[in-house]
Ligand binder design. Structure first.
Ligand SMILES: [Zn+2]
Length: 212
């Protein structure tokens, strides 16, 4: 399956499918999104495939089905955008140690019961798991995301959900001493350190100049 460039470039650093969906919008920490890697239903499927949630066959099947039902595909994409918005409100609040908005919890509850109505309990290596693979419904890419959000909310670790110090990405901090501050050291970490270094140099220079 072909993956659009903007999706291929996007870093997958959330550690949870729901946070990965939030991280499909770029922008500054705590600020408005500056760009979006998802533009239509085909992008949603390509993203689901890129992060390993949809198999090749499932991705192709959903794309074909969406071409036969363009109105339903558009409505599903709109729903994905709305889902991402309320999940952002919810987990951004969690990351800030604030109570999540009640309307977001209510929507997640409704969406989770709908998601599970599309799931099947199947045997896996070490027990059983929900599977959404047998459902031809166009909303298929959203079900595991919604279930991942619910699981994270119920089982946690909520105290490890964090917002990047430099961008609007969110992630589960799996580091031993809970010290992760950035979505990725290579991008935001390096940039943030560079910015602070430049600021320190500038203030050292102005302090030096004031001392003369
Ligand atoms: Zn970041």
């Amino acid at each position: 399956m072909e993956t659009p460039e903007q999706i291929r470039r996007q870093r997958i650093v959330g550690g949870n499918l729901a946070l990965d969906l939030l991280n499909t919008q770029n922008g500054p920490a705590g600020g408005q999104p500056e760009d979006d890697v998802l533009h239509d239903y085909a992008d949603l499927v390509a993203w689901g495939h890129h992060i390993g949630m949809l198999s090749d066959a499932e991705g192709e099947r959903l794309r074909r089905a969406s071409r036969r039902q363009p109105d339903a595909a558009r409505a599903t994409f709109d729903r994905a955008v709305a889902t991402r918005a309320y999940l952002y409100e919810l987990f951004d609040a969690v990351a800030r140690d604030m109570p999540p908005p009640e309307r977001a919890i209510a929507r997640l509850q409704r969406d989770e019961s709908e998601a599970l109505s599309h799931a099947e309990l199947v045997a896996v290596d070490d027990g059983f798991a929900w599977s959404w693979s047998h459902d031809g419904d166009l909303t298929r890419p959203l079900w595991p995301v919604i279930h991942a959000a619910t699981t994270l909310l119920i089982d946690g670790p909520l105290d490890r959900v964090k917002g990047c110090a430099a961008c609007r990405f969110h992630f589960v901090d799996e580091s031993k001493n809970r010290s992760r501050r950035w979505c990725s050291m290579d991008d935001c970490g390096t940039e943030d350190k560079m910015r602070k270094y430049v600021a320190r140099r500038a203030s050292a220079r102005s302090a030096g100049a004031a001392g003369v």
